[in-house]
Design a protein around this ligand. Structure first.
Ligand code: C2O
Ligand code: CU
Ligand code: CU
Length: 434
């Protein structure tokens, strides 16, 4: 545990490991022998050294999703490649004003990102507040889906599954199938929920309990919002207060339709619902805890500020070389990712308004590294309140308008669809802020 402005020395090794899922012994990929990997707890102002050891037998690297740190050199650099058997010394510096919240880490090796994440390589990062919130208990719930073949190995995705975005039939919470969480009546709990699924959209409910959303992705809303349902796109996180009410509840995810490949008779993503965890509230009433302190000062609203420029990005899918048999192209502005090409040269210190439109028949969750996006409009509907995220919804045939302050950090990194199969198929671009 670091105090503010501390130095942290961490090690992270990635390797094939065995796990028990339900009543099966299976082989997955894990960090430090586990799935998920350890939760990294850090603070604003920290300097973190992380020695990464790659025992996967394949090339990989590490991305700290959502952290506002340099994307260059040996920091959060997705262009770093760590060969099988190699080690790499990462170093991250969090600014003194880095937002608090839950973030996460996962591989980002273009071409195998989806496969490596799906097999179990993911973990949470918590950037703690200077003073922890008064709660009876904090839980980090990392949700990820997975599927196994008859041998107990992680199932490989077919070409069609990659085009739709692979989803597993098992939706795990912290690597477990339907775990039970126990609380006392009246207990106030803080749940930090990560959608670490490769492609699956989560629509979370906890019927019979009261949930207040404190924030999405980084930071806190000025006021907690009472919610019945929380939609998390792949990569999104929720910071949630649960006021435990006596009884038994189930954390579930509901079905979601992400669209289809568009051709006649083409397969459709039909994300099924699942029960994720049991929440059993019984016994003596919990001791009361202090009221929640207000979130600090009114957040900056980029809608009140002068925009320096506007840009439109177009997400598209199209048949390549004669129909589905040949596969689909997943493009941004008509092209697939090319490592050596920089698609956007963005001057530092600008405030930009981006319209991201989706001409395809499938939803795409759009992610930009390093600089968070403030939602202005989703599918023509203005967004109320200040809502900053690092993954935003771009519905099939629809569009999203966001504002981005390219301030504080410079460097070259990427933006992409966070259905990671789509990213691997090319729906990614490179941006340099300088
Ligand atoms: Cu969570 Cu570029 O990734
Ligand atoms: Cu990211
Ligand atoms: Cu996509």
């Amino acid at each position: 545990r670091a105090s503010s402005g501390g130095r942290l020395d961490l090690e992270l090794s990635a390797a094939v490991t065995t796990a028990t899922v339900g009543d099966r012994q299976v082989r997955v990929l894990g960090f430090e022998g586990g799935m998920p990997g350890p939760t990294l707890r850090v603070r604003a102002g920290d300097r973190i050294s992380l020695r990464y050891r790659n025992d996967l037998g394949a090339t990989t690297n590490l991305h700290t999703h959502g952290l506002e740190v340099s994307p260059e050199r040996n920091s959060d650099n997705v262009f770093v490649m760590i060969p099988a058997g190699g080690t790499f010394d990462y170093a991250y510096e969090l600014g003194d004003d880095h937002p608090t919240g839950v973030f996460w880490y996962h591989p980002h090796h273009h071409g195998t990102t989806a496969e490596q994440l799906f097999a179990g390589l993911y973990g949470a990062i918590v950037v703690e507040e200077p003073e922890p919130l008064p709660v009876a208990r904090e839980r980090v719930l990392v949700i990820a889906d997975i599927a196994f073949d008859a041998n107990g190995d992680v199932a490989a995705a077919t070409r069609v599954e990659r085009m739709l975005g692979r989803e597993g039939d098992l939706v795990l919470v912290n690597g477990q199938l339907l775990p039970t969480m126990v609380a006392a009546p009246g207990a106030r709990e803080r749940w930090r929920i990560v959608n670490a699924c490769t492609s699956r959209y989560l629509r979370l409910r906890l019927d019979g309990q009261r949930m207040h959303l404190l924030g999405i992705d980084a930071g806190r809303f000025p006021e907690p919002r009472e919610v019945d349902e929380i939609v998390l796109l792949p990569g999104n996180r929720a910071d949630v207060l649960v006021e435990a009410t006596a009884g038994e509840a189930v954390l579930q995810t509901l079905p979601f339709d992400r669209g289809s490949m568009g051709m006649m008779g083409a397969p459709r993503s039909a994300t099924t619902g699942a029960d994720l965890a049991r929440f059993v509230v019984s016994g003596d009433a919990a001791a009361s805890v202090a009221p929640l302190p207000a979130a600090s000062a009114a957040p900056r609203d980029l809608r009140d500020e002068e925009v320096t420029g506007r840009r439109t990005l177009t997400l598209a899918m199209g048949a390549m070389g004669g129909g589905m048999g040949q596969g689909m192209g997943f493009t941004i502005d008509g092209r697939t990712f090319a490592e050596g090409r920089t698609d956007i040269e963005q001057p530092a210190g600008t405030i930009e308004e981006w319209t991201i439109e989706n001409t395809s028949t499938m939803d795409h969750p759009f992610h930009l590294h390093v600089w968070p996006m403030q939602l202005v409009e989703v599918d023509g509907k203005p967004v109320t309140g200040v809502d900053r995220r690092d993954v935003v919804p771009v519905p099939a045939g629809g569009r999203v308008v966001v504002r981005i302050a390219f301030e504080g950090i410079t460097g070259r990194t990427v933006y992409h669809c966070h259905i990671l199969d789509h990213e691997d198929l090319g729906m990614m671009g490179a941006i340099r802020v300088a």
